[in-house]
Design a protein around this ligand. Structure first.
Ligand SMILES: Cc1cc2nc3c(=O)[nH]c(=O)nc-3n(C[C@H](O)[C@H](O)[C@H](O)COP(=O)(O)OP(=O)(O)OC[C@H]3O[C@@H](n4cnc5c(N)ncnc54)[C@H](O)[C@@H]3O)c2cc1C
Length: 510
């Protein structure tokens, strides 16, 4: 499988594109190209490869593609096949003092894989293979560039599942999941990627290879100082390059159960989920849609639809679904045809509508955040009403997609259109204002500004305030692990030797 290509075509030939963030290191000389090739990794400097590696699925940048604007092109695309080659490439880059941005499936939606200062786009998709399946201890060792669907197909032949099913299953890699702290649609039973990962192999900024957790011989839990695996989970390529991972697996489920309910209000649905989790029931899928999204996805306007599914050992599944049904009934829900779950399953990975909206001049994006149960109803009301008040807004809606004992993820969708759909200044203003409103509402109600998409470019300006004094710890970690600042510079809003971290309003208009 090769790296994914975002679905929007370029408006110009690759050689003629303009960079929205003009890169500091736009070219490498033949000597450096030769040194990179000597590592054994594939090296490409042609216009087509550099153009594709300039972008991911960031929706704003997809709009730019239509008018021939690349986010930022790297000087070279380098694709290692092993951890040793990856380490050698990073060493060459460190000696030359040029940026190295890990890119993989490029399905990230926040611009995380965009090489904003140029240099090397390190294509991790050449790191493939499942090297160990341990059925007894339920652990799988896999190279970081393995795509999600390929990994799941492979472990299923051994009667196991990883249980991690992001909507981008076929587009994203294991390394990308880990780098962004991803979440799958069955996360209430199987956990988020930070719960699934048991150990890592990571190439540091000076080319050293470090192994953590299960890959360093540790047991299922440890008290051996801070958890070094979790240090790299969510670091978005800024602290190291993940080359392999040990993941926890589960036996394939023998039993499945589905149900669907309609709630009079979104808040009543949230309350039913809170009570379900509080009683210890964890159905794998718990997705609650607000009125707008219930109308759009299920032709049931005026209701708030919950689709639920659980799988596993039959008595446990039936008990969990029975607790859920009781809690839904207590909150005034009516049972719906469970065929709605099949409908959700059938369409759950279809995002073709987003590309056609973008082609039609509509500015659209999604924002996922997380907050405690006590904050969620007000956060939902605050963020959707804030979005709806942005001039040009056509849609402000949300669904709950991942639930925990102490809270849940809200996934907002906004869309808008200016009087002139080709007006880029209006598009940037609308986009930035919509993001700002949801980020600020989340902070007001005490939530996490991202639940699973990560920071990338778009959330960079908001991370410092969200972390408080923790920001100084993140900066210290970055300085200690990457003193020359070569790893994915400009991300997580961190300062870099190549220039200021980019922001939406800092994008150059053609
Ligand atoms: C249609 C669609 C649906 C989506 N649905 C979900 C969903 O359900 N759940 C979810 O969590 N996300 C979802 N996403 C977002 C995206 O798929 C995830 O963020 C994914 O984890 C990114 O993986 P990737 O391999 O594409 O990484 P990329 O986009 O290539 O990179 C993302 C970030 O990870 C870093 N990175 C990549 N590989 C490595 C590595 N080996 N070592 C160090 N850093 C690395 C990059 O530098 C970058 O910062 C969706 C995206 C799309 C387009």
């Amino acid at each position: 499988m090769t790296a994914a290509t975002p679905p929007i075509e370029w408006g110009k030939e690759p050689a003629d594109l303009e960079d929205a963030f003009p890169p500091a290191v736009a070219a490498i000389d033949d000597t450096l190209a030769g040194r990179l090739a000597a590592t054994g990794a594939e090296v490409r400097v042609d216009a087509a490869a550099r153009a594709e590696a300039s972008r991911d699925w960031w929706p704003l940048a997809q709009r730019w593609s239509l008018v021939g604007r690349a986010p930022a092109r790297p000087a070279a695309v380098v694709r290692p096949k092993t951890a040793a080659q990856t380490a050698a490439v990073v060493r060459v880059a460190a000696e030359a003092g040029i940026p190295v941005t890990a890119t993989a499936g490029r399905s990230g939606v926040c611009g995380g894989a965009v090489p904003v200062f140029g240099g090397i786009a390190l294509d991790c998709c050449g790191l493939t293979g499942v090297t160990e399946i341990d059925d007894e201890s339920l652990r799988v060792t896999v190279a970081a560039g393995e795509f999600g669907s390929d990994l799941e197909d492979r472990v299923r032949t051994a009667g196991l599942t990883i249980g991690h099913f992001p909507q981008s299953m076929a587009l994203a890699t294991v390394g990308g999941w880990i780098a962004c702290r991803g979440a799958g649609q069955y996360s209430t039973r199987y956990g988020k990627i930070e719960d699934i990962v048991a150990g890592l192999e990571v190439v540091l900024a000076d080319g050293r290879i470090v192994r953590t957790g299960a890959l360093a011989g540790a047991g299922p839990r440890s008290a051996m100082g801070p958890d070094l695996t979790q240090l790299f989970v969510g670091s978005e390529g800024t602290l190291g390059i993940v080359t392999a991972a040990s993941l926890r697996a589960h036996p394939l489920a023998g039993h499945e159960s589905r149900s669907a309910f309609a709630f009079p209000t979104f808040a009543a649905g949230l309350e039913a989920l809170r009570r379900t989790l509080r009683r210890g029931a964890t159905p794998a899928v718990l997705r609650l849609y607000d009125e707008r999204e219930s109308g759009r996805s299920f032709d049931l306007p005026g209701t708030n639809v919950l689709v639920a599914l659980d799988e596993g050992h039959e008595p446990i599944v039936e008990a969990a679904m029975s607790v859920l049904a009781d809690c839904c009934q207590d909150e005034g829900a009516t049972r719906l045809d469970e065929g709605l779950v099949a409908r959700w399953l059938e369409h759950r990975n279809d995002v073709s509508a987003l590309a056609s909206l973008t082609r039609g001049g509509i500015v659209v994006d999604t924002i996922e955040v997380a907050a405690s149960w006590s904050a969620l109803p007000e956060l939902y009301a605050d963020a959707t009403s804030g979005l709806a008040q942005v001039e040009g807004c056509l849609n402000a809606s949300a669904h709950e997609s991942h639930a925990y004992l102490d809270g849940a993820c809200l996934y907002f969708t906004f869309a808008g259109r200016g009087e002139d759909p080709a007006d880029e200044r209006w598009a940037l203003r609308f986009y930035e204002e919509s993001w700002k409103r949801v980020m600020e509402a989340t902070r007001r109600h005490g939530g996490s500004i991202s639940h699973h998409h990560g920071i990338g470019i778009v959330r960079g300006p908001f991370l410092r305030e969200a972390l408080g004094e923790g920001w100084s710890v993140l900066r210290a970690l970055k300085s200690a692990l990457d003193p020359a600042g070569i790893l994915n510079p400009g991300k997580l809003g961190l300062p870099s030797p190549f220039g200021d971290a980019p922001s939406v309003s800092g994008a150059r208009l053609a």
